[in-house]
Design a protein around this ligand. Structure first.
Ligand code: GUN
Length: 282
């Protein structure tokens, strides 16, 4: 029987802590504002953006929503980002991904001021993380780290295996675990002996984007298993990259889907927005 890491509870605690600090800043006359840009009407993006707005309301951060049509050109989007960069009222800028195919995501990410990069996707933020400097950290891996810390799971000296090497999750996750003095291995779709490597892990972070990919054959007894995936199965039920029913009996600790990593991403976005404002005040 594994310890179930309750992301819903921990994300609630973080949002409450942010809310308190947002309120304190408000009393000093300092309001925090997040600008969220969505281009087109991708249904999943609409749900995510809606959840971000709700979280802003809960913690007391003002959110500005820019819903731009699918036909928006790269130039127009760059103009909007520039305008928000220069707007002294705006603390954080988030451009929801994916963008339509005719817009270069990297060009847009690089246009966001690193001071307002609450997603932590700007090369300057990524670089800062890799050399141990202060900067915004991508919300999902930051949320995973927070789950581990608040669940009392030790990282220092432990074998950490990250499955997945995306810019948003896998790579920054590896950097964070390294910063915490873990011994980190990153696996990906071309990795040979994936099961053997995964089975070495004391902490296994799974972000492969394949439903129920990780079974008990990938998990060392007693390991902590963090599931970053989210999918809908045939019955419209949510499931992760980890086959929970099969892995839970062997794991020492495990995150469920839903209610594990998912709610942490938005909580960390709120945390990053607060941090953007505090940093600007300094
Ligand atoms: N699309 C899926 N996840 C994210 C995220 O964390 N930030 C942004 N901007 N877009 C996303």
């Amino acid at each position: 029987m594994a310890y179930i890491i309750d992301g819903k509870r921990i994300s609630g605690e973080i949002k409450d802590e942010v809310r308190e600090q947002v309120e304190a800043l408000k009393k000093q006359g300092r309001e925090i504002t997040l600008a969220v840009i969505q281009v087109g009407k991708d249904p999943a993006s609409t749900v995510y953006v809606g959840n971000k707005k709700k979280a802003c309301e809960y913690v007391g951060i003002r959110s500005l929503a820019y819903e731009l049509p699918e036909e928006t050109t790269e130039k127009e989007l760059l103009e909007k980002v520039k305008e928000l960069n220069q707007d002294g009222q705006v603390d954080g800028i988030l451009v929801q991904l994916p963008l339509p195919a005719h817009i270069c995501e990297n060009r847009i990410i690089e246009a966001i001021s690193p001071k307002k990069d609450v997603d932590g996707f700007h090369p300057q933020s990524v670089g800062a993380l890799s050399i141990g400097k202060e900067g915004f950290v991508s919300c999902t891996p930051a949320g995973v780290l927070m789950l581990l810390k608040r669940s009392g799971i030790e990282i220092e000296g432990k074998e950490c295996v990250v499955m997945g090497r995306s810019n948003i999750v896998g790579k920054p996750m590896a950097m964070l675990l390294l910063r915490e003095n873990g011994t980190v291995t990153v696996c990906h779709s071309r990795t040979q002996n994936l099961k053997e490597i995964a089975k070495r892990a004391d902490i296994l972070v799974v972000a492969v984007g394949k439903p129920k990919f990780v079974t008990e054959e990938y998990v060392k007894p007693g390991a902590c298993v963090i599931d970053v995936g989210i999918h809908r199965n045939e019955n419209n039920k949510l499931c992760g990259d980890v086959d929970f029913e099969r892995v839970e009996p062997v794991a020492g600790a495990i995150t469920p889907v839903p209610g594990g990593v998912g709610p942490m991403t938005i909580a960390m976005l709120m945390y990053n927005c607060l941090w953007a404002a505090k940093r600007e005040n300094e």
